[in-house]
Design a protein around this ligand. Structure first.
Ligand code: NAD
Length: 484
């Protein structure tokens, strides 16, 4: 199966923070891959803008290094690289200063899609938005892309929204959550709403519980003091995991349209119950395998910030009342894996005597590694030994099932940037969605801060703190094993 290439319109994309880590690791290599794939018209321009004193040649050299480092060899065609680099230029600009803006204004063309990627600290978003207007660089059709973190609580998220709203309408603002750009995450919507098979069962009557796991093996070493101001709840749950939960739990939108989808997600967030302290387990990894502990990495021996969190979340609406969603995420765990597992209930009555062999149906949606789906179903154990039951996976790896085009799943960032150029906001968070997510998150965090709760230690390379196991055991359930 060959993927259909639908090029976007000619665009001018200004990457503020174009020399930074994100631009070099994700944005520039991602744009190159789309150029290589024929999605980007050759007349398009990418303009790096940052504080460093570089010229166009210097910026192209930086971009060439990024392509060599982060693009797979089979896509590194010297001719295409040169043609792509020729579309790049650079303007030295301080977001808080006055220099460089007129030069930038002269670079952006009339009649092309104009987008500004704010790949800088959120504290600079307001300065950039203001100066883009002051210098007449942004027009009513321009789009801005803003990075996470979008606030650290409701108040700061509201302030950020307000600052952006002074100069841009909601339809111009693209708040990135790169999880939404992952192939499998979008497939979640296709699986639910393009098949008749699952939707009738997609409710508490048939679903026993849902597990969402985002496990990482890496530590926070090198960015510990930054991470310590956030923790797993702010860094992963409030945004990425919340988005996954919404896509699983939302009602079918009337159309695959940005506001229709986001309206449904918002309703889910508003229906989330407050989480009781008994339903939260937080942890900090210990030293192990030659690496330091969380407390060493964050350089604060008294830190109470969590590098792991597990929580049981209930949704109070007709569809989900009685079906808990168990969320867990952490650093320095046994394996790097992200998955959603939907466990169905027992059949109402078994006609088979083999109760022991019976297992629940589970639909597992893997986000990484090996994006794909796996449905566990019961069959008869082969052989003449009577009617015994066994469970087998109906396994679908997207890479295998879709052949060449499946093996070439684009990175989330490149897909999302193409959506910005197309003007499609479906996979971006709306301002009210972000604020609703913080409204749910804030009291949970305030609760443990007021109580002075200390995270439980857990072994590096383990599945997290022991207490997290109990969170499910006491409900007669168990976590799925964390493995690649
Ligand atoms: P970085 O520190 O590596 O780069 C920051 C960039 O901003 C540099 O190009 C720098 O020159 C520029 N800059 C700094 N101050 C400036 C100013 N006053 N005026 C103009 N430019 C200025 O940061 P990063 O890791 O690339 O992160 C950029 C944004 O993306 C941040 O909001 C971050 O939270 C977010 N983000 C990054 C990652 C990642 O993997 N790096 C992941 C998710 C979100």
């Amino acid at each position: 199966m060959v993927s259909r290439v639908i090029p976007v319109d000619v665009f001018d994309l200004v990457v503020f923070g174009g020399t930074g880590d994100l631009a070099q690791r994700k944005i520039i290599p991602g744009l190159y891959r789309r150029y290589w794939g024929g999605h980007i018209p050759p007349e398009s321009c990418i303009i790096g803008a940052a504080r460093s004193d570089l010229d166009d040649a210097g910026y192209r050299a930086l971009a060439r290094e990024a392509i060599i480092e982060y693009v797979a060899e089979d896509k590194r065609d010297p001719e295409i690289i040169e043609a792509f680099l020729a579309r790049l230029s650079y303007v030295a600009i301080d977001a808080k200063g006055t220099g460089g803006w007129d030069k930038l204004k002269a670079r952006v063309r009339k009649g092309t899609v104009r987008a500004f990627y704010f790949s800088v600290a959120p504290s600079l978003f307001g300065d950039l938005a203001e100066r883009l207007h002051l210098h007449g660089i942004a027009n009513p059709e321009s789009r801005i892309v803003v990075e996470k973190p979008f606030g650290r609580d409701l108040e700061s998220a509201k302030a950020l929204n307000a600052v952006l709203a002074q100069h841009f309408t909601e339809a111009q603002i693209y708040r990135i959550d790169h999880y939404l750009g992952k192939e499998t995450v979008q497939n979640l919507m296709a699986v639910r709403f393009a098949n008749i098979l699952f939707e009738p069962l997609w409710k508490s009557e048939y679903v026993d519980h849902v597990q969402i796991t985002v496990a990482e093996t890496v530590s926070v070493d090198g960015r510990g003091s930054y991470y310590d101001r956030a923790g797993a709840m702010r860094d992963m749950v409030q945004n990425h995991m919340m988005q996954l939960l919404c896509l699983i739990a939302m009602e079918p939108p009337y159309h695959f349209d940005p506001d229709a989808v986001r309206d449904e997600k918002l309703k889910v967030i508003r229906a989330l119950d407050p989480v009781s302290p008994d339903d939260i387990v937080r942890g900090q990894y210990l030293a192990g395998n030659g690496q330091g502990s969380y407390l060493e990495h964050c350089e604060d021996p008294a830190s109470k910030t969590e590098s792991y969190i597990a929580l049981k979340v209930n949704i109070s609406n007709w569809r989900w009342k009685g079906t808990p969603f168990y969320l867990r995420t952490g650093k320095r765990l046994r394996a790097r894996t992200s998955e959603i597992a939907i466990t169905f209930r027992e059949p109402p009555h078994s006609i088979f005597d083999d109760a022991e062999g019976w297992r629940e149906n589970v639909l597992v949606i893997r986000l990484q590694p090996n994006e794909g789906m796996n449905l566990k179903v019961m069959i008869k154990e082969p052989g003449p030994g009577g009617m015994r039951l066994t469970q087998v996976p109906l396994d679908m790896s997207f890479a295998e099932a879709l052949g060449e085009s499946g093996a070439d799943i684009p990175d989330a960032y490149e897909r999302l940037i193409m959506d910005v150029i197309r003007g499609n906001q479906t996979l971006f968070m709306r301002g009210d969605e972000v604020e609703a997510a913080w409204s749910w998150t804030d009291p949970i965090i305030e609760g443990w801060e007021e109580r002075g709760d200390k995270p439980m230690p857990y072994d590096a390379g383990s599945s997290g703190p022991e207490d997290a196991l109990m969170l499910m055991h006491r409900d007669g359930r168990r976590w799925r094993e964390i493995r690649e």
